[in-house]
Design a protein around this ligand. Structure first.
Ligand code: PHE
Ligand code: NA
Length: 448
């Protein structure tokens, strides 16, 4: 089956929409706070520059050459002597695992968007109570918003590459950028800005430990949507005569820029009110609303815009998490897009209910394994193990399995001799070594 094609700007926005997600606006800022600021940011930036970007090019290349769903693309590009590579294409299924909790978090964002109208909490205790109550005591409310998120996401995917994914991203991505950059301009004029800037860009090496390094590397994959076939699936619809190198560069750049802007904005507000940096995952759900409540009506508007941007970021990423499996079902089983979306959508939707129940008081123990809530298990396994593993397979495949001449023919004229050599070195040596090291570390086999 031939897949539809993006327009060039449609592809860039869709890939950027995939990359720019909850990872940038929710996760990156709180991780920066948890792991001590500047030093963590620097490790993250170095990883993006030396590994993330190279793997982004490699993943786009597989899609652009394979032109099908992830399984078929690997199958088509692998040499006949190595048919097993097609199983690497099943990395696309990680998207559904990620969606189980990603959709729940988008649901929380919807709930907050709605709740803002009844006033922002004025104390941390009140804000914490709201968030904790939602998560621990309100499975019904969470299921309602999780359902709404699922309906929106699956509808967009159902409308397909052009009519759904491209269209949505062409609207939501510019809107998100306008909101965030507008907030940056506002933040720039507040007292907290210079402190926020210093916190994020002046590295304090004493705060950097091995855990922070591993988390920074892991997050750079998650944030760029690498290692699970989202970028690959989109690149299968890459319009002809589009520079992969340029597209990968723009997407990587946008993702990084938006994470930094989100961090600056949030920390400016926080420091403006003298709140501490280390807040954990509750940062945007608990601390930020309280801080903004001090800004009066303007704070309400800022909160509304912020959660709106966050929901746009989440939705455009969610769509890219579902599309790989949908593409796979359509291509391999010759089913309609509607059926494929129904299957993929119900699978993550149902497990997602289990994930949200695992945080509730009433059902927590039922949906936990070995004392760990299902939510955490799903997040940890994908983020920390399956994505790096997918990235490793991509690096090895492009670095060693795909014929050098093919890779050369596709990229050399885009990069030039010298940069091609550097990129290839990164994909053959730097990325695999870093990723193997990381996976072993996370599995507890190798402790640094
Ligand atoms: N990149 C997205 C984010 O930052 C998450 C994501 C991961 C999306 C993997 C697609 C694939 O939130
Ligand atoms: Na991201």
């Amino acid at each position: 089956m031939k897949v539809a094609q993006f327009s060039r700007i449609g592809f860039i926005m869709a890939a950027a929409g995939s990359a720019v997600g909850l990872g940038n606006i929710w996760k990156f800022p709180y991780m920066t706070g948890e792991y001590g600021g500047g030093a963590f940011v620097l490790v993250y930036l170095i990883t993006i520059a030396f590994i993330g970007f190279s793997v982004m090019v490699a993943e786009m290349l597989i899609g652009a050459l394979g032109r099908r769903d992830t399984v078929s693309s690997f199958e088509r590009l692998a040499p006949p002597s190595q048919p097993g590579w097609k199983y690497a294409g099943f990395m696309g299924f990680n998207g559904l695992i990620i969606m189980t909790f990603y959709s729940v978090v988008i649901g929380w964002i919807f709930y907050y968007l709605f709740e803002i109208f009844s006033g922002l909490p004025t104390s941390t205790e009140a804000a914490k109570a709201t968030f904790d109550n939602l998560v621990a005591n309100e499975p019904g409310i969470q299921i309602f918003w999780h359902t709404l998120a699922t309906l929106i996401v699956t509808y967009v995917v159902y409308r397909g590459i052009k009519g759904g994914i491209e269209k949505t991203n062409l609207v939501l991505m510019p809107a998100l950028m306008i909101i965030l950059f507008g907030m940056l301009v506002y933040a720039f004029n507040l007292d907290g800005f210079s402190k926020a800037f210093e916190f994020m860009f002046a590295p304090d090496w004493n705060k950097l430990n091995s855990e922070a390094i591993v988390r920074a590397v892991g997050h750079s994959f998650f944030t760029l949507s690498l290692g699970m076939g989202s970028i690959m699936t989109y690149a299968a619809s890459l319009p002809k005569h589009t520079s992969i190198t340029k597209a990968a560069f723009i997407v990587t750049f946008m993702d990084t820029l938006i994470a930094l802007v989100a961090g600056l904005v949030i920390y400016t507000f926080l420091f403006h009110e003298g709140a501490p940096a280390a807040q954990g995952p509750g940062l945007v759900f608990i601390s930020l609303p309280v801080v903004l409540s001090n800004f009066g009506i303007l704070g309400t508007v800022l909160a509304l815009l912020f959660f709106l941007a966050l929901s746009f970021a989440g939705l455009t990423s969610a769509v890219s998490l579902v599309e790989p499996v949908v593409q796979y079902i359509i291509d391999r089983f010759d089913t309609s897009r509607f059926k494929a979306v129904l299957i993929a959508g119900s699978a993550y939707y149902l497990v997602g209910i289990g994930a949200l129940l695992s945080y509730t008081k009433a059902w927590g123990s039922t949906f936990s394994i070995g004392g760990k809530p299902l939510f955490d298990i799903l997040e940890y396994t994908t983020d920390s193990i399956l994505l790096p593993l997918g990235g490793l397979l991509i690096a090895i495949f492009v670095g060693y399995v795909l014929q050098k001449e093919r890779v050369y023919a596709a990229l050399e004229h885009e990069m030039g001799e010298k940069y091609f050599a550097i990129w290839r070195f990164s994909i053959r040596y730097i990325a695999p070594v870093a990723l193997i090291f990381m996976i072993l570390n996370l599995m507890g086999i190798l402790k640094i």
